[in-house]
Design a protein. Sequence first.
Length: 104
Amino acid sequence: MRVRNRSNSKERLENSPVVFLQPKNNKGVWKEIFGNERPIYLEIGSGKGKFIHALAEKHPDINFIAMEAQPTVLSFLLDKLEETHRDNLKLISGNAEELLEYFS
């Protein structure tokens, strides 16, 4: 996916409580981050987040994590999340090659 750079993407991601830029630091504590015992579903390569956002809206009884490697692209998903305030969706800026380091 080709997306133009957004000058404030990095700063917005760094300051958001729903974005995890160092997901390795959260290994084993995702249920505590969500604050409940609901199952957690992961989407790898979320892009701008249309699909994962629709799933989170349709299934409030499931926690979702959207993982995207490109910060600018992830910022578009953050836009949607900030508009809707979905509490069952968190965002990871990361690479699928390191997936086992993010989850136990």
